[in-house]
Design a protein around this ligand. Structure first.
Ligand code: SDX
Length: 393
């Protein structure tokens, strides 16, 4: 068809690219990280091991994993100057705004990882950004609730460290809930990567100009924030709160089907999955477990979510449009059960997705055939015409 661009073998005209990292089959609901089904990884692995897999392409040996884990633990602290950034934000600044700003500022601090052609610099960048994301997120959270920043500890694992940075206070000892740590680990696994989604494509595109990697990740954070993408987990909880009661579900489902109403059922539908999102299935089961083990089985929000899912799955509009719950539909309920505020939900998504963004950035920047991304367009504007002076208009 005239003007419609076909796949461009290089990284260029259509913005398409080749990648070895993640495979999705939207019809069959398949998601593979470096060839491994996400269901197997979620059941048998952990976020640190899967981060290694996504970054390096193979499951690590015990020694490789130990070295990787140690490197991540020793990069969790922030430069004290970066911590002072937070004093400049309003107390009610959105955490995603703070995350994007502070990650972007890392390019002003870490000059030793700016030489993108140096493999050692790329390695330090990858470990540094993966390690510091939870610390920056925790600092943003502490800023919003007016509590003192809690430093990371090298004796704790990735998720345990994040929980204590979020919830520990100087006034009393903090005991890490293993169920909460396990739930976070699973959520980070399921959010780790998802092929060429909006934010990952943004990171690859920004990085393809040779911009420093911290700025590319900051661009990805901004893209993720949108309610059509990672911002959906926050929007799901606000939607459930707006629905309020099971008896109101039909009214909201009708709004979602009304073409004249911009309202959409948040947490439903997907650009690629036209059947179930395998991550939603796994998260729903984890939701049950977390609520039960945290003594919140009578969660009205979860009951409402289950009922909304059942209503939507039986509705002919949603069946015809292939609209199923996606990864964002249940994750917010788990975060809420862990005591994480709604405004932090997309930040949690960003923490998990950082390893995917980083793996894709590195794959793109080391591609020998790599070129700057330059999507083309189909021009539908005015044909050539001559200028008309203002007194003739
Ligand atoms: C993520 O790309 C990724 O991989 C993203 C992600 C990742 O891991 O990175 O998986 C994470 O972003 C998940 C999606 C989270 N967003 C939401 O839950 C927001 C609600 N969902 C919708 O905004 C929507 O489903 C999108 C944005 C996800 C997809 O939008 P599309 O591509 O426009 O949906 P579609 O083409 O499949 O829509 C088909 C039809 C359309 O109607 P028609 O124009 O054919 O008449 O279904 C309608 C849409 O209007 N539709 C919905 C709907 N989603 C699509 N109608 C009501 N409620 C919805 N949620």
């Amino acid at each position: 068809q005239e003007g419609v661009f076909t796949y461009d073998p290089g990284y260029g005209a259509t913005g398409s690219c080749e990648s070895k990292i993640t495979f999705i089959d939207g019809q069959k609901g398949i998601l593979l990280y470096r060839g491994y089904p996400v269901e197997q990884l979620a059941a048998k692995s952990n976020f640190m091991e899967i981060s290694y897999l996504l970054l390096y392409g193979e499951l690590p040996t015990k020694e490789q994993l130990a070295r990787f884990d140690t490197s991540i633990r020793t990069h969790t602290m922030l430069n004290e100057g970066m911590l002072r950034f937070f004093t400049g934000f309003r107390y009610d600044a959105h955490p995603m705004a703070m995350l994007s700003a502070v990650v972007g500022s890392m390019s002003a601090y870490y000059h030793d990882t700016m030489d993108i052609n140096n493999p050692d610099a790329r390695e330090v960048f990858a470990h540094r950004i993966l390690a510091k994301m939870p610390t920056i997120a925790a600092a943003a959270y502490k800023h919003t609730c007016g509590q003192p920043f809690v430093y990371p500890r090298n004796d704790l694992g990735y998720c345990e460290n994040m929980l204590q940075m979020f919830f520990a206070v100087p006034a009393e000892p903090y005991e890490i809930n293993p169920v909460a740590a396990e739930a976070l680990d699973l959520l980070f696994i399921l959010h780790a990567d998802h092929e060429q989604n909006c934010s990952t494509s943004t990171v690859r595109m920004a990085g393809s100009s040779g911009a420093n990697p911290y700025s590319a990740i900051a661009a990805g954070i901004s893209a993720l924030w949108g309610p059509a993408h990672g911002g959906a987990n926050e929007a799901v909880l606000r939607m459930l709160e707006a629905i309020g009661d099971v008896k109101n579900i039909p009214k909201f489902v009708a709004k979602a089907k009304d073409k004249n109403d911009p309202f959409r059922l948040m947490g439903f539908g997907h650009r690629v999955y036209k059947n179930f999102d395998p991550r939603a299935t796994i998260i729903r089961e984890m939701c049950h477990k977390v609520l039960k083990q945290m003594g919140r089985t009578n969660s009205p929000l979860f009951d409402l979510a289950l009922e909304l899912e059942q209503v939507a799955l039986k509705d002919e509009y949603f069946i015809e449009k292939n609209l199923y719950p996606n990864v964002d539909f249940y994750s917010g309920i788990i975060y809420r059960a862990l005591g994480i505020p709604t405004s932090m939900f997309t930040v949690m998504f960003a923490i998990g997705r950082t390893v995917g963004w980083t793996a894709h950035w590195r794959e793109m920047i080391t591609d020998p055939n790599g070129r700057i991304s330059r999507p083309r367009q189909l021009y539908t504007g005015e044909p050539t015409r001559d200028y008309v002076s203002i007194d003739q208009r």
